[in-house]
Design a protein. Structure first.
Length: 256
């Protein structure tokens, strides 16, 4: 049985997407009678539309309850740029949606271990690769991150998030060896200009100092919040599985 459930503020639980049987069916109709398969990576846009990964597709549910496929043809593997609903989809690692309806996702493709950051235009329905990582076994240390990401060198791009101004935040991993890697949070403006927002330094833990001077490992779930702040989770000390940290737009890092 595969469904997405909705929990109300009062704690009541109700089915939101899926009729129960595992499969793919129902596009263009009510989400409650559709079939889904292992839904994951749930995210909402600013208009209360739900987006989620469904096997080798990304599907959307409108606030009125209609479900459609927005990315992927159901095939796994390496998909070339083109019509978003006609491309193959790799293993999705991150998903975020801007207020414009533009979709961003990161994926791992093929046995090479290449990781890609991709953008789906809400106006054309076309998917474009913004950046690709080096193949598995290449150790760059993010030495060539460019302002436009066209020459970016990183091992993988993972978690994604979008803030209220449609800036995209992407967690990238930078490997210096098989057993040595650090994370960075990149900020990419709607105009496509990228910069390191957090990570890339050596300070541990780096609290109260510039976020770009801290060494960050194992970052997950970046969450833009109010008052120009970005939160994320990171592995904590032995007594704490995870710790919540924050970076204000002025660039100061804190553990909460």
């Amino acid at each position: 049985m595969e469904r997405i459930y909705k929990s109300s503020p009062s704690g009541s639980l109700s089915a939101y997407v899926g009729s129960g049987p595992v499969g793919f069916a129902g596009d263009g109709g009510q989400a409650l009678i559709a079939q889904v398969s292992s839904p994951s990576m749930l995210t909402f846009d600013s208009h209360d539309n739900l987006y989620f990964v469904d096997g080798n597709r990304i599907r959307a549910v409108t606030s009125s309850g209609l479900i459609t496929t927005v990315v992927g043809n159901g095939d796994g593997g390496t998909g070339e740029d083109g019509l978003a609903t006609a491309v193959a989809l790799g293993s999705v690692a991150g998903l975020a949606v801007a207020s414009t309806g533009d979709i961003y996702y990161s994926e791992y493709v093929g046995i090479s271990g290449v990781s890609r950051l991709r953008w789906v235009s809400s106006t054309t329905g076309l998917v474009t690769t913004i950046a690709s990582s080096l193949p598995f076994g290449s150790f760059s240390g993010c030495s060539a991150l460019s302002p436009t990401l066209d020459a970016a060198e990183f091992s993988s791009v993972k978690w994604l998030a979008v803030d209220s101004a449609d800036n995209l935040y992407a967690v990238v991993s930078c490997a210096d060896g098989f057993y040595s890697a650090t994370d960075r949070v990149l900020k990419i403006t709607p105009a496509g200009v990228s910069s390191v927002f957090a990570g890339g330094g050596v300070a541990l833990p780096g609290d109260a100092g510039p976020a770009t001077s801290a060494r960050l490992d194992g970052i997950t779930n970046p969450m833009p919040g109010a008052i120009r702040t970005v939160y994320f989770l990171q592995p904590g000390p032995a007594a704490l599985a995870l710790v919540l940290r924050s970076v204000v737009q002025a660039g100061t890092l804190a553990t909460l």
